[in-house]
Design a protein around this ligand. Structure first.
Ligand SMILES: *Cc1c(COP(=O)(O)O)cnc(C)c1O
Length: 386
């Protein structure tokens, strides 16, 4: 299916709603039946019917089908957050006493699930440096049920060889789950490499306007239906119709936004790499990135997020840099219209800052939709105030 077709037409039955171009927000909690038999059928298989909007909803349905198609997946569920998608995808595939192999430093709330919640059920997690397939081979135990991936990681962009990990997991009967938030399905399709479940925070590029929290989980029809009938319905973590509508609207411009952001990010990487105040730039599609070849093999492109190590004699200089940015906002998240920055030192006690530790001098920059020159000028004037 063409991406343009998926985004503009697929799953939209406009004759059902007055040939309106934009779909309606079906803000209804429940749906009416005319016969007892219809109602009985709906109770028997809620996945096939509109019964109650904690389950299926027509606006959400349009979004689900489009997102599944973008990921080249059979099926999809859309959650009220990326974290909820992570929870459902993992929880549905483990039982008491199981073991998980996860990449190092996955998204913070995935890590909290592995470290704080799952141990209550005797489920343990081994973290591995996912850049080397041998580390997965070594970490697998007889009770390993899930391998959890995030490629690239959203701070240091470490990749995993998705096909190699999927092949290994399949041979051992282990479920693979991959967080694809960095790339979106436009730049990477993990299902095509044999990954079982792929998730993304739709808060980021899919929404694209910093006004919605949502998450996507894609996989086989069998696996997704099973999750719908257990975690999705039980936790009640599905997306609301209005938020689904915002994401459908976000999808209309997704490829265009990524195209601009990619072009801009490359220019900013180049600007930073040649700047006297910058020690190093970390970006997966930079030719100096250690896994550049793998990135080119399994990703169509990269954009938006990059990390740079600033040359500073102390933490004050880094703080002055951040606080003097006029147009690049200091805030979490990314994928919206606005450029953002997070200094690593904001996540640590001031007293533990060590200027000789290059990680402590890292800043993560998200390049948004502004003109590139506007961002470069902002960075330059802030460097000058350090
Ligand atoms: C933001 C993010 C999430 C979580 O998504 P929410 O929508 O914030 O719940 C998961 N993984 C990555 C890589 C993220 O950046």
């Amino acid at each position: 299916m063409d991406i343009s077709y998926i985004i503009n037409e697929f799953a939209e039955d406009r004759e059902q709603y007055f040939n309106a171009v934009a779909p309606p927000i079906m803000q209804s909690s429940n749906f009416i039946f005319k016969t007892v038999d219809e109602m009985r059928k709906a109770f028997a298989d809620e996945y096939a019917t509109y019964l109650y909007s904690r389950g299926k909803n027509p606006t959400v349905e349009i979004l689900r089908r489009k997102l599944a198609a973008l990921d080249a997946a059979e099926d999809c569920l859309v959650f009220n957050s990326g974290a909820a998608a992570i929870f459902a995808g993992v929880f549905a595939n483990v039982k008491a006493g199981d073991h998980i192999v996860s990449v190092d430093k996955p998204y913070a709330w995935a890590q909290k699930l592995f470290n704080n919640i799952l141990p209550r059920f005797g489920i343990t997690t081994t973290y591995v440096d996912g850049r080397y397939i041998e580390n997965f081979e070594r970490a697998i135990l007889p009770n390993t049920a899930v391998i959890y991936l995030e490629s690239p990681n959203s701070w240091d962009y470490a990749l995993q060889d998705l096909k190699a990990v999927a092949d290994l997991a399949k041979a051992e009967g282990i479920i693979t789950i991959c967080d694809n938030s960095y790339c979106t399905p436009i730049y990477q399709q993990p299902i095509g490499f044999g990954i079982d479940l792929v998730l993304q925070s739709a808060t980021k590029y899919i929404g694209g306007h910093s006004d919605t929290i949502a998450g996507v989980l894609c996989g086989s029809h069998h696996m997704i239906k099973k999750i719908f009938n257990s975690e999705y319905m039980t936790v009640g973590s599905g997306i609301q119709p209005f938020n689904a509508w915002l994401l459908i609207r976000g999808l209309r411009t997704l490829p265009l936004r990524l195209e601009h952001i990619t072009r801009s990010t490359y220019k900013i990487v180049d600007f930073l790499k040649h700047h006297a105040r910058v020690e190093e730039v970390i970006f997966p599609f930079d030719e100096d990135f250690p896994q550049f070849e793998l990135a080119r093999q399994q990703m169509k492109n990269a954009c938006g997020l990059l990390t740079f190590v600033i040359k500073a004699d102390n933490m004050d200089a880094i703080e002055r840099f951040c606080e003097n940015l006029h147009h690049i906002f200091m805030a979490v998240s990314w994928g919206g219209h606005e450029s953002l920055i997070i200094p690593k030192c904001a996540g640590m006690e001031a007293a533990s800052f060590d200027v000789n530790n290059r990680e402590h001098r890292m800043l993560r920059l998200y390049c948004g939709l502004e003109e590139t020159s506007y961002l470069v000028n902002d960075l330059e004037q802030a460097f000058n105030k350090m």
